[in-house]
Ligand binder design. Structure first.
Ligand SMILES: *Cc1c(COP(=O)(O)O)cnc(C)c1O
Length: 225
């Protein structure tokens, strides 16, 4: 782990990203010392994808860190993260949304969430198709879930060198956000987040209207699983 490299990358990203685009430093599998280097360089939002990492890291890190959950979330892990999490990016089923709502109510809080869209060509990526997402919002069910606040959408592009394809997918995510914003969330000022872009494609995502990028490898180096 190279503390100086981490600090430099955080500073570079903070100066490169346009105003209005938030940086989530994806720290999954990295030790607290690496996170602290990023923190010391001014980073406050960290993204984790394993439920069991959030509690211990939350305890070890300063209290003004915002913890985001970005990976596939199993219903039986929701209780473990609800006390700590500021935003769940990866709501990929109505069942999971209901589960987060239940656990948030139990914990006496409201949890901000994003609906994860599946636009990539890989069969393995989780998420709603654009039609399923529209269907969920049209069904009116969100109105009955008082302990979750839908802040926007999240998505991943296909892992490919074809930049036109990546741009097309990000455009579809942004377009879906805009459509939901004008149809169902026009009165909701907190429906404001389009989470898209990772180390290899964040510049394309920003050009296509991302408001939140999730970057791990560029900052922390490769992960040892
Ligand atoms: C791991 C992960 C990232 C970060 O990917 P990098 O290529 O390391 O920047 C972003 N989003 C999600 C959902 C991830 O699981």
């Amino acid at each position: 782990m190279d503390i100086e490299h981490i600090k430099e990358e955080i500073q570079k990203l903070h100066s490169e990203l346009p105003t209005g685009v938030k940086l989530v430093a994806v720290s999954k599998f990295h030790p607290v010392e690496a996170l602290m280097a990023a923190y010391d360089a001014g980073q406050r939002i960290f993204g984790e994808s394993r439920a069991q990492e959030i509690g211990p890291k939350h305890t070890a890190m300063p209290g003004d860190v915002q913890w985001h959950f970005i990976g596939h979330l199993q219903s039986n892990k929701v209780r473990q993260i609800v006390p700590y999490v500021a935003l769940v990016h990866s709501i990929d089923s109505e069942r999971l949304l209901r589960c987060v709502d239940d656990e948030a109510r139990r914990a006496g809080r409201t949890v901000d969430v994003l609906l994860q869209l599946h636009v990539a060509q890989e069969a393995t990526k989780y998420g709603f198709t654009i039609d399923e997402c529209r269907g969920l919002v049209d069904s009116g069910v969100l109105g009955s879930l008082a302990n979750v606040n839908v802040r926007g959408v999240m998505g991943m592009a296909t892992n490919t060198d074809d930049e036109a394809e990546i741009a097309r997918e990000f455009r579809a995510i942004r377009h879906t956000f805009d459509e939901l914003k004008s149809s169902h969330f026009a009165a909701s000022s907190s429906f404001d987040t389009v989470s898209m872009g990772m180390s290899d494609d964040y510049r394309i995502a920003v050009a296509e209207g991302s408001t939140m990028v999730r970057i791990g490898t560029t900052i922390f180096g490769t992960r040892e699983y």
